[in-house]
Design a protein around this ligand. Structure first.
Ligand code: SAH
Length: 240
């Protein structure tokens, strides 16, 4: 039977390599999933191919896997960042999970003038990212950055990176990615309150910004994130 469980491990992977398991991973594999010595799982570390690994030691507080064979090459997503203003906890978790599935390379929570959530739990968001990549078959784990100010990020913006600004003021207008060139990109999604006048003025003036409409209805931020990622992937990314 094919190994089904996929596990992210922060450890080098290679032929015959022993991979120690954390307490949580051991609990999951041996107590929850009831695997024993000799069982097979898939492991990946976000920087090498995926491997089939065999349980060599199974304990209550830890265990060891042995890499047996490569099963999938590393497949990094396109160079796409997702910038979003964190909202309520469950919806922020949703955005991170969906961004991983949709193939964002980096996830950056940003504080905008109208951002409702002043604090986020990056460790919790990273745990969601790990769960999402294990589940969706991806081999690449996007970085989840700490919360930072949008204005600061724009001050230091890397000029070669283009920014797809999802601008709710363009609801229903024709503002697409039609003329956009592939390359390093970022998507920006605003908070429930939208962007402030000052932010709009600044974004409209920036040469690296392409303002985009997401259709004739105002979407909630979590919906907008998924829609924007799909639009970008289909036009410029790895859906083509
Ligand atoms: N309160 C705002 C809407 C915010 S929606 C208002 O009523 O105008 C949250 C975010 O989703 C927006 O900041 C924008 O980035 C994105 N968004 C939602 N619907 C959109 C649309 N039709 N076009 C472009 N961006 C949209």
């Amino acid at each position: 039977m094919a190994a089904k469980i996929r596990l992210y491990v922060d450890h080098p992977l290679d032929e015959g390599q022993a991979v120690p398991l954390s307490r949580d991973q051991a609990h999951y594999l041996f107590a929850v999933m009831r695997l024993g010595v000799g069982a097979e799982v898939l492991v990946f570390n976000g920087r090498s191919p995926e491997w089939r690994a065999e349980v060599a030691e199974a304990g209550k507080k830890g265990g060891v896997l042995l890499c047996r064979a490569q099963t999938k090459p590393l497949h990094p997503p396109p160079d796409l960042w997702l910038l979003f203003a964190p909202i309520k906890k469950a919806r922020t978790d949703f955005i991170v999970e969906k961004a991983v599935e949709m193939g964002a390379a980096r996830i950056l929570p940003v504080q905008t003038d109208h951002t409702n959530a002043e604090r986020i739990r990056p460790d919790r968001l990273r745990a969601h990212a790990v769960e999402a990549v294990e589940q969706c078959g991806g081999t690449y784990l996007p970085e989840v950055a700490d919360l930072q100010k949008l204005s600061r990020l724009l001050d230091d913006w890397p000029q070669e990176r283009q920014l797809m600004w999802c601008d709710e003021a363009l609801v229903g207008a024709k503002a697409t990615l039609e003329a956009a060139e592939p390359g390093p990109w970022a998507i920006l999604i605003g908070p429930e309150g939208g962007f402030s006048e000052a932010e709009q003025t600044r974004l409209r003036a920036a040469v690296f910004v392409t303002p985009v409409s997401l259709g004739p209805r105002i979407l909630r931020a979590d919906t907008a994130a998924v829609a924007a990622l799909a639009l970008w992937q289909a036009t410029l990314g790895d859906w083509r």
